[in-house]
Write a protein that binds this ligand. Structure first.
Ligand SMILES: NC(=O)c1ccc[n+]([C@@H]2O[C@H](COP(=O)([O-])OP(=O)(O)OC[C@H]3O[C@@H](n4cnc5c(N)ncnc54)[C@H](O)[C@@H]3O)[C@@H](O)[C@H]2O)c1
Length: 373
């Protein structure tokens, strides 16, 4: 008999994870609150932008989508991955209310006779897992933290070939159990980084804070080189050739954006403040990203005339996605257009539709049929 696993919240992250589990022989119960979306998944006619997802969904035979969380009890499922959204709050922290709603539903079902294990895949504020463990512990659930290091546009692949699997385990036995689930589908020589949940919560944010810092560093050195009349790319290539540094995320270009980097960096700063250790690096990185944006804007304005057409080829935060959240490319395009420059955006239909709604009449568009979405 197949081992049953629940994935609560089969959105961008959860669906890929559920499909990866299903593909290696687990029976996966995807619990999804969005009724219309759940129907699409059940009918297998959901059209995802993520590579491999449509094919995997069509080929799946053991992915069962339900909107009823009590199926966890009925199906006697012990391993429960939680992958609901944790949007950012205006103060830089995370809104855990979707997780809370799942917890409330589980508590309403009563105390579980056997111990069940919840693995939080959502990005949380450090310390949140401990709070949740207090709340759900007496109802028979353990809480471990297990975030993913993935990027949109390559989620399925990133889950199959991670550098590291981060396991913030509530105890060693549960950590072993979680590691075994990963070992069933991970195809890389991943390092299993096992620690307590609080350390894992900090690790997740620290990783993205490091990457945003590296991007900001590269852009600052690039801006300096441009100001001084030096060769930006040669400098960064040489710096990145040092194996202690490495060339990844060390190119000169747009500032960091997207749904994870900026908010994880800010959240770490917010958390650090809350424990009385102001983490200057996280604030500085954010500030440098802003300064770089202003530098680029000034450069574009100075080096182009108002009659010239400025073309942006792709304004999603990352190539291969339709995600425009905190895209610095789009932000620059908007700022230039608002300064009276003629701006054409060349991108996929999916991206163009979003921009038309957000900024009616601001741009000219060219559809890029080779772009995703
Ligand atoms: N998408 C990414 O690139 C990415 C990367 C790293 C980490 N994360 C983290 O993963 C988590 C999930 O992100 P996402 O992008 O997949 O979010 P998403 O919004 O795409 O998916 C969340 C899903 O959960 C469902 N949901 C909400 N409440 C529910 C409930 N009570 N019961 C069942 N389903 C419910 C929603 O309907 C939705 O389908 C977040 O914490 C995010 O920070 C996401």
């Amino acid at each position: 008999m197949k081992q049953k696993i629940a994935v609560v919240g089969v959105g961008k992250l959860g669906l890929c994870f559920a499909l990866n589990l299903e593909m290696v022989g687990f029976e996966v119960w995807g619990v999804e609150a969005n009724h219309d979306y759940a129907i699409q998944l059940r009918r297998k006619d959901f059209d995802s932008d993520e590579p491999q997802v449509n094919e995997m969904l069509l080929a799946s035979s053991s992915l069962i989508i339900s909107d009823d969380i009590s199926r966890i009890f009925q199906e006697d499922i012990v391993d429960i991955f939680l992958m609901v959204a944790t949007p950012s709050l205006p103060d830089g922290g995370y809104d855990h209310s979707q997780i809370e709603r799942v917890a409330d539903r589980l508590m309403a079902l009563g105390k579980s006779e056997k111990s069940r294990h919840i693995y939080i895949g959502c990005t949380t504020m450090p310390g949140y897992c401990a709070q949740l463990a207090k709340k759900l512990g007496e109802f028979g659930y353990t809480i471990s933290y297990n975030p993913e290091f993935i990027a949109q546009g390559s989620i399925v692949r990133d889950q199959q070939f991670p550098d590291q699997v981060l396991i913030g385990e509530c105890n060693e036995e549960v950590g072993d159990r979680l590691q075994a689930i990963y070992q069933a589908f991970v195809k890389s020589e991943a390092v299993y980084c096992r620690m307590d949940p609080l350390s894992a919560e900090i690790t997740k944010l620290a990783t993205n804070c490091f990457l945003t810092t590296k991007i900001s560093f590269a852009n600052s050195i690039g801006d300096l080189a441009k100001t001084a009349g030096a060769d930006v790319n040669s400098i960064l290539k040489a710096v990145g050739s040092d194996s202690r540094i490495g060339g990844k995320y060390l190119g000169y270009g747009f500032g960091f954006g997207g749904p994870c980097f900026p908010r994880d960096n800010r959240a770490l700063g917010k958390y650090a403040e809350s424990v009385g250790y102001p983490l200057r690096i996280s604030n500085a990185t954010d500030q440098v990203n802003e300064e770089h944006f202003q530098f680029q804007l000034k450069n574009y304005l100075e080096s182009s005339s108002s009659s010239e057409i400025i073309v942006f080829e792709g304004v999603a935060y990352k190539q291969g996605t339709t995600q425009i959240t905190e895209s610095q490319q789009l932000r620059l395009a908007v700022a230039l257009a608002k300064e009276g420059r003629k701006v054409t955006i060349k991108d996929s239909v999916g991206v163009i539709d979003q921009i038309r709604q957000l900024h009616p009449g601001l741009f000219q568009f060219e559809t890029d049929l080779s772009a995703v979405g």
